[in-house]
Write a protein of this length. Structure first.
Length: 213
């Protein structure tokens, strides 16, 4: 397409690579809309659009390189340490902020009936949000007040252990003492769970499959 055709027909932002880059790198929504309208109507040419995209991308890369240059080897090694404890930022500062999850739990919106057990303490909720997969987070938070906090704490411990060493982990309480076992073979672990329940009158066992990737 030559310049005259572009002026007459306009460009197609939905397939133009330069414009698609701008939807990621240009933070000014009003400016993005102006570029969109001018390119679609033919007022702006492809070359002009490319220059804008190059400018924004290089600006982003330059700022990224500046931030990266300030990272030390020690900071990098600390970040890559798989055993380091995770710390929540301001977004999940449960004690100092009113967070939607906490409001729902406090109002018992996740379980409208009367709770059977004490509600999870704040530090346990933070641990659940930090270490557990999304489906387990939802399940435990929904069951807050229906599950003994010690079992939720035990599940968090199992997930922490599974993150360090892949295995099938099982946890249970015997004489009020927590017990944790791990198995490299899933079938062996499943047999152990069945044996525990059979020999201990339906003992409640927490299972975390750390063998799955």
């Amino acid at each position: 397409m030559d310049i005259e055709e572009h002026r007459r027909l306009g460009g197609r932002t939905e397939v133009d690579v330069s414009y698609q880059y701008l939807t990621y790198f240009l933070e000014d929504d009003e400016e993005l809309k102006r570029i969109h309208d001018e390119y679609e109507t033919g007022k702006m040419l492809t070359g002009e659009l490319k220059k804008i995209a190059i400018r924004e991308i290089w600006d982003y890369i330059g700022k990224f390189q500046q931030r990266r240059s300030k990272i030390t080897d020690q900071e990098l090694n600390t970040f890559m340490d798989g055993t380091r404890p995770l710390r929540m930022g301001k977004r999940y500062n449960w004690k100092n902020e009113v967070h939607p999850y906490k409001v729902a739990l406090m109002k018992k919106n996740f379980a409208p009936h009367e709770p059977k057990f004490s509600m999870f303490p704040d530090d346990l909720i933070v641990s659940i949000m930090t270490y557990l997969p999304l489906d387990r987070k939802k399940h435990l938070l929904y069951q807050n007040g229906e599950i003994e906090p010690r079992y939720a704490e035990l599940e968090v411990r199992l997930y922490e252990e599974a993150a360090k060493t892949p295995a099938l982990y099982i946890g249970y309480f015997k004489d009020d003492q927590s017990c944790i076992e791990n198995f490299k073979d899933a079938d062996e672990g499943a047999k152990r769970v069945a044996d525990l329940k059979e020999s201990n009158n339906g003992l409640e066992v927490v299972v975390v499959d750390g063998l799955k990737k």
